[in-house]
Ligand binder design. Structure first.
Ligand SMILES: [Zn+2]
Length: 114
């Protein structure tokens, strides 16, 4: 006795966009084809979320580096200009430099992970 393989039970958008149709692939697991199985969909969502997260992390780090660079430049400029309390101004230069370096290192690490 031969029995037709059941089709995937997922609905997909048809060519007309406003009309949906049943997926025409054979069901291979839990009534879904490989592409529409909930596990595959979940894995795809997780992958795209991870990619988006990585992108926004990098964006924030880039912004940190940019701001750190400005802070350092400002601190260095006021150290060079000022002279009222140069020790404090120099501390600020060192602090902003350290912050900039750590932002740069974090950004480099994220870029290397890609
Ligand atoms: Zn399917």
């Amino acid at each position: 006795m031969s029995k037709d393989k059941p089709n995937c039970k997922a609905t997909v958008l048809g060519a007309g966009c406003w009309r949906s149709r049943r997926c025409s692939r054979y069901a291979v697991k839990d009534g879904y084809c490989n592409q529409h199985h909930p596990n595959t969909i979940a894995a795809k969502d997780a992958a795209s979320k991870a990619k988006q997260d990585a992108w926004s992390r990098k964006f924030i780090l880039k912004r940190d580096v940019h701001h750190g660079d400005q802070d350092f430049t400002d601190a260095f400029r006021s150290y060079m200009d000022g002279c009222q309390d140069s020790a404090e101004a120099w501390d600020k230069v060192l602090d902003t430099w350290k912050a900039l370096e750590s932002s740069r290192a974090a950004l480099e690490k994220v870029s290397n992970d890609e």
